[in-house]
Design a protein around this ligand. Structure first.
Ligand SMILES: Nc1ncnc2c1ncn2[C@@H]1O[C@H](COP(=O)(O)OP(=O)(O)OP(=O)(O)O)[C@@H](O)[C@H]1O
Ligand SMILES: [Mg+2]
Length: 444
């Protein structure tokens, strides 16, 4: 069965194998049974002939007439199933007998003086009126080869059938396995395409939402800013008119309020992308190093920072905006670390599948060991104005601004977080293809 590879044998349905084996066993049994039946029938027929001979030869035997006895023996050999026939006297010595040409001669003495029958020879007593006169001996011809062969042919045929069944099933099974493999591959492709489309649709919805919100809030912020400037100008005119001192408490309070409101409108404008970006070739590592003091002063004493700056590739971003975003994420991390902990800032080069083609990105990750986010918070964290912080402490614009900026810069932004397990914010920015980076190989 060399054409039946191990792999396919293993894949065969066990029921089919068992069926094939059962078929073989049934064949062997059938052959055996047929053999038994044939032997019994032959012995029966021979016994009949021996008894007929015994009945007809009794007179010749009682007279010891060898020639007469031989006349009865001769016709026995007409039957091709009989190889030799003999008449023995009461004491077991041979009176007369004939053996077929080429066959073994009859033995001059019967080995035992009892009636017996087996597959090859038989002995029956010659009895007249209750008196034993002698014995009739018959030797049967060996079964013709053709008969025996035909019996084994059945077994061989069944064996072949079993093998064909197994091979056929094996092939069918193999084909089925290959088909189901390619089906499940196609299914997996379909699933991933569906997932990809859902992701893209979700992204589109998100960006449309941001777009609408951006337009709305940008318009409001812009107008609000104008009104704030009017309030501020009039406040100063009023101060002059009333000749108030510079340190007037109420005036300072009003000024501070205007400053905060103006800062808020700037952030809203930033989110709504009304601020124009001026992207330049930037080394993220240098950018992070340049912000070292700023980052340090935004964190508390009980928070460690760990930079791992391994990126080699440069990116094209608006540096001011990028710094704002990093600062915002660092401040988020600080807020998530009320009891202190660690903020790791790392950069490295990665390759991402970008719509089928793989592309190089510089990855900036800011990971904290803080309180983390529940799945619900994580799902909304990029939404504009979503905040879990008390009124006055968060506008909920930090991450949404970052998200808008990063996607606008051709990058991607992801959150990995779980309650009590910290948060990692990943920013992927398309790597600028320069000669230095395309030569690859770094030892970061
Ligand atoms: N590192 C972090 N760990 C845990 N939760 C975070 C983290 N960063 C953001 N969040 C959650 O996401 C929300 C939105 O963050 P985002 O920066 O957009 O707004 P904010 O920090 O609340 O306000 P803003 O940044 O505008 O002052 C946060 O209120 C907080 O619930
Ligand atoms: Mg924030």
């Amino acid at each position: 069965m060399t054409w039946l590879s191990f792999h396919r044998v293993r894949d065969l349905p066990w029921a089919a194998l068992a069926g094939a084996v059962a078929l073989l066993i049934a064949g062997v049994f059938a052959a055996f049974y047929e053999e038994q039946l044939y032997q019994t029938q032959r012995a029966q027929a021979a016994l009949g002939e021996a008894q007929t001979l015994a009945a007809s030869v009794s007179a010749a035997l009682s007279f010891g007439d060898r020639n007469a006895a031989e006349e009865y023996v001769r016709p026995m050999l007409v039957n091709p199933g009989i190889a030799a026939a003999g008449i023995y006297k009461k004491d077991g010595s041979l009176l007369t007998g004939l053996a077929r040409d080429g066959g073994r001669a009859l033995s001059p003495r019967l080995s035992s003086l009892t009636a017996m029958t087996n597959a090859r020879e038989l002995v029956v007593p010659v009895v007249q009126s209750g008196t034993a006169l002698g014995w009739v001996y018959l030797r049967l011809s060996p079964e013709p080869r053709a008969t025996r062969l035909s019996r084994y042919a059945v077994v061989v045929l069944l064996a072949f059938m079993a093998i064909f069944v197994i091979v056929g099933l094996g092939n069918a099974q193999g084909r089925l396995a290959r088909q189901s493999e390619s089906l499940s591959a196609a299914n997996a492709r379909l699933q991933s395409e569906i997932a990809e489309r859902e992701r893209v649709e979700e992204e589109l919805r998100q960006s449309q939402k941001m777009e609408a919100l951006g337009q709305l809030s940008g318009g409001i912020a812009h107008d609000l800013n104008n009104h704030l400037m009017i309030v501020k100008g009039n406040l100063h005119l009023l101060k002059k008119k009333l000749s108030l001192p510079d340190g007037d408490r109420h005036l300072q309070g009003a000024d501070e309020g205007i400053r905060r409101a103006a800062a808020l409108t700037q952030r809203v404008l930033g989110f709504s992308r009304k601020q124009s970006l001026s992207p330049v070739e930037t080394d993220l590592n240098e950018l992070v190093i340049g912000m070292r003091d700023l980052i340090r002063s935004s964190l508390r004493e009980n928070i460690e920072t760990e930079p791992h700056l391994d990126a080699r590739s440069k990116v094209l971003v608006d540096r001011n905006q990028m710094e704002n975003i990093i600062l915002n994420i660092v401040v988020n991390a600080r807020d998530a670390l009320p009891a202190g902990g660690r903020v790791a800032i790392s950069t490295r080069d990665v390759t991402l599948d970008d719509g089928g083609a793989s592309r190089g990105f510089a990855l900036l990750e800011i990971a904290d060991t803080g309180v983390g986010m529940s799945p619900e918070v994580q799902a909304k964290a990029f939404d504009p104005f979503f905040t879990t912080k008390p009124v006055g402490q968060g506008t909920g614009l930090g991450l949404s601004t970052a998200y808008g900026f990063v996607t606008q810069s051709g990058g991607q932004m992801r959150i990995r977080s779980a309650p009590e397990e910290g948060t990692t914010i990943s920013i992927y920015l398309p790597a600028l293809v320069s000669e230095e980076t395309s030569m690859g190989d770094r030892n970061g």
